[in-house]
Ligand binder design. Structure first.
Ligand code: NAD
Length: 348
């Protein structure tokens, strides 16, 4: 444990920050780190480590937040987690991160959990619009993101990873249906949201644009495709594997939860400046079929088919994330499901 004092040290040698060590928020002087007005002496061993980024993960009891906490811990980061559920007065599981209950639509709670953080990864949200009233979805998601980016700026975090959604362009939950203009869908596709969820996510991205205009914080918005893991691959993708006539607004895109968590770690560690938006999808499509043929069969010439990285490509392009974040997915639905879309033995 670091020792703590409120006396500011004066003449200690400056320590060169590691590649992943953020300098704003903590003021470093050769082993001395300022947090909240107190000065902590880091052990010599700890100072040799390159990775000591302290990351807050919101929505940590959910699918994406939970996997991201695990991936960040695995990579050696310090993690604080937060969600709506109350914590318990018990000894934590070995290796479990700090946990603080907070409703992030409350500004005070958002500030309380965001203190002393280098980076904030923000998946907390109602993840789709069909199980709540429209205003509840919109208010929850937008106010939580507003409060979190506001707290991040005021309390000195240097990196904000905003979990947006593939639904931002608008053709997932529209009242008046329409199709994407082209595939693979990418970050420059036009945005025409109608529903409260897509709107809340689009407005969240606009909040990131505003954040970098008024501060030095660096923001990344990730638009994940439909998230799959051992517990839902069969239910969600199984029908698509068996039946190629089933439509999909994302053109059979999906994302493996653990590849997504790895991408969120890359985003938290990234030094990219400004605000960048990235789609994250698994490289193949659910069913592994020829995508151009599938689009033609379902939509005729209504959707332009652009250059595809492989015949069984995803309908969503992650090329920008591969190029700028180093996103390099390693998993596929085929690791979990057989050719009939049933869970393979020993998975899960
Ligand atoms: N699941 C998907 O297929 C998918 C696809 C694209 C984007 N996303 C986005 O990814 C993120 C995570 O989705 P998920 O699938 O893990 O959802 P989830 O429902 O499993 O987890 C979301 C978590 O956020 C918490 N939360 C919601 N509102 C909160 C608030 N006001 N304060 C504090 N915590 C709050 C919930 O309690 C929950 O634990 C969301 O932003 C979602 O919109 C999900």
């Amino acid at each position: 444990m670091p020792q703590c004092t409120n006396a500011k040290p004066e003449s200690l040698p400056y320590r060169k920050s590691g590649a992943l060590a953020y300098s704003r928020g903590y003021k470093e002087r050769g082993g001395v780190v300022a947090r909240g007005g107190l000065w902590f002496f880091r052990s010599p061993e700890r100072l040799e480590e390159e990775i000591w980024v302290k990351v807050l993960v919101t929505g940590a009891n959910g699918k994406v937040g939970g996997a991201t906490v695990a991936a960040l811990l695995e990579r050696g980061h310090e993690v604080r987690s937060t969600d709506l559920r109350r914590g318990v007065f018990e000894r934590p599981e070995p290796g479990a991160p700090e946990y603080i209950q907070a409703d992030l639509t409350d500004a005070g709670e958002a500030y309380a959990v965001s203190r002393d953080m280098d980076a904030i990864v923000h998946p907390a949200a109602i993840p789709e619009p069909t199980h709540n009233s429209p205003h509840v979805v919109f208010k929850n998601n937008l106010m939580a993101t507003f409060n979190m980016i506001e707290a991040a700026i005021r309390l000195g975090a240097t990196r904000f990873v905003n979990i947006s959604s593939e639904t931002v362009p608008g053709f997932f939950f529209p009242e008046r249906e329409f199709l994407a203009d082209y595939i693979p869908i990418d970050e420059v596709h036009p945005i025409r949201p109608q529903d409260p969820y897509a709107l809340s996510k689009y407005f969240g991205e606009l909040l990131m644009d505003a954040a970098i205009r008024r501060s030095d914080i660096r923001c990344i918005s990730i638009r994940p495709s439909w998230v799959q893991h051992e517990g839902n691959y069969e239910r969600n993708l199984g029908p698509h594997i068996r039946d190629e006539s089933l439509p999909s607004p994302s053109f059979w895109s999906y994302i493996d939860l653990y590849d997504l968590a790895d991408a969120l770690c890359l985003a938290a560690e990234s030094n990219l400046e400004g605000h960048e938006v990235f789609y994250i999808a698994s490289p193949d499509n659910a069913g592994g079929r020829d995508l151009a043929q599938m689009v033609k069969a379902h939509h005729g010439d209504k959707v332009e088919v652009r250059s595809l990285a492989r015949p069984d490509a995803s309908g969503t392009s992650s090329a920008k994330a591969e190029r700028m974040l180093g996103y390099s997915p390693t998993r596929s639905w085929r690791d979990y499901l057989d050719d009939e879309g049933r869970l393979k033995p020993n998975v899960g």
